[in-house]
Ligand binder design. Structure first.
Ligand code: GAL
Length: 434
């Protein structure tokens, strides 16, 4: 595992990446055209949308929203400001620099919940956008709980464009059929299946954690499977103590799974890992349902080439996260941004985006007939399952805490020292649990 030797933490940027980000930052500075008299020339409105959606599925979903926007507002020039890197692993640092430097995009992707509120709203960097919901009669078009997590002191601060599920295990149906195994329902069964596949010479688990978040993603699934929804949720509110035995059990289980992962995982992205499953180079991958968007963008059909189950041991729980867009204070093209937010909150906008993205609409009135068999199953689960927040994707905890947890996981992936990792996680929790 190259990372373990070369660098302790995944969050260190390579020189190449840094140069890339710097170039990107420079190119993001909005050009100002001055007239002879020194006054800015009037120009057509622009709309700069900042996100990390560059992989298959997510890029198509974003393009579908742009297309809709363009059809409604043809004179607005859309600037697609993406910074590649799953889960915003690079984008968040670029956004931070831009926001601090007073150079915000018109709107940016941000996870609903703690990431939005703790990083940006409390800091006074966002405008309230309750009016988008109120003026269009949409205050009741979204689940009440969701409105709550995008609100602060009585105002709404972002438009949730989707609901993603993070606790999904995706598998290659042919590999499973050839090996004579069924999709695992319990953690122990998963380990037995991994062992059987490994004995046949098949890599059981595809992992792409060149962004360490993908390992944390796997770990949050193991935590949920080990603790159950109530105790898992309690970790983030202080109701569940961090020093119990379950944390150690979960870490040990996570280490077990790492043994069954592809040895080049530190060099792969999440979508490259999903591609391993498509190509039959690995049997399964544990990823949020943006992987479904990826599989479809690669021409696959749900339930034909690939199948899915809730991560073994988490059936009945829906680990959720939501991508949202907000209105930064000082957005250069505020009117264009408000139109964007209105489109993103509309039924039409959500139904254009989500079938491609591999997510379900956050509105309660999405047109079910537009969604495939996986997404319809996700809609059903979202209605009936226990909802728990994803920590990897900003729903459960403040970004500072998530970053500390990621650092612990980065080290753990290398040394697999359960006691050391547990102690570090307990320490981190002391700082953040209120
Ligand atoms: C998540 C995000 C998803 C998807 C994924 C991979 O954090 O919520 O929409 O983009 O990262 O990039």
């Amino acid at each position: 595992m190259k990372r373990c030797v070369a660098m302790g933490s995944k969050r260190l940027l390579s020189a190449g990446r840094l140069a890339c980000l710097t170039a990107l930052l420079l190119s993001c500075a909005a050009p100002v055209v001055l007239s002879a008299g020194g006054r800015p020339e009037p120009r057509d409105p622009r709309l700069e949308i900042f996100s990390w959606w560059t992989a298959g599925g997510e890029a198509e979903g974003l393009a579908a929203m742009f297309q809709l926007y363009n059809a409604k507002f043809p004179t607005v020039q859309i600037i697609n400001a993406t910074v590649a890197g799953g889960a915003g692993s690079n984008a968040k640092a670029v956004l931070d620099t831009r926001m601090r430097g007073g150079n915000p995009p018109d709107s940016f992707q941000v996870h609903a919940g703690h990431e939005l509120i703790d990083s940006w709203v409390r800091a006074g960097k966002m405008e309230p956008i309750t009016f988008v919901f109120r003026d269009n009669g949409w205050l009741t078009a979204f689940p009440k709980d969701l409105i709550e997590i995008i609100s602060y002191r009585g105002e709404i601060y972002s438009v949730p464009v989707n609901i993603h599920r993070s606790n999904v295990l995706w598998y290659n149906k042919k590999i499973f059929a050839d090996a004579g195994i069924l999709p695992p329902k319990s953690f122990d069964q998963l380990v037995r299946d991994c062992e059987a596949l490994a004995n046949k010479g098949t890599t059981p688990l595809a992992l792409g954690d060149n962004g360490i978040w993908a390992s944390l993603h796997l770990m949050e699934n193991v935590l949920l499977a080990t603790m159950g929804p109530a105790r898992y949720k309690g970790l983030w509110t202080g109701a569940t103590p961090w020093n119990g035995g379950e944390l150690r059990t979960a870490l040990a289980r996570f280490a077990t799974l790492l043994r069954y992962a592809n040895t080049d995982h530190a060099t792969l992205s999440w979508d490259a890992a999903a591609q391993y499953v498509i190509d039959g180079k690995a049997a399964m991958t544990v990823m949020g349902d943006w992987a479904e968007g990826y599989f479809k963008a690669r021409g696959l059909t749900p339930n034909k080439e690939f199948g899915w189950v809730p991560f073994p041991g988490t059936g009945g729980s829906f680990m959720m996260l939501s991508d949202s867009f907000g209105l930064p204070r000082g957005a250069p093209d505020r009117d264009a941004a408000v139109k964007w937010l209105t489109m993103a909150a509309s039924r039409e906008g959500q139904d254009a985006f989500n079938p491609k993205k591999g997510s379900i609409p956050s509105r309660i009135d999405g047109d079910r007939s537009l969604y495939d068999v996986y997404l319809q199953s996700a809609m059903d689960s979202f209605r009936t399952d226990t909802i728990v927040p994803s920590v990897t994707h900003g729903a459960a905890a403040a970004e500072g805490w998530v970053n500390e947890i990621q650092d612990v996981i980065a080290t753990f992936v290398c040394d697999q020292d359960v006691e050391k990792a547990a102690a570090a996680l307990i320490e981190a929790a002391k700082k953040y649990v209120r």
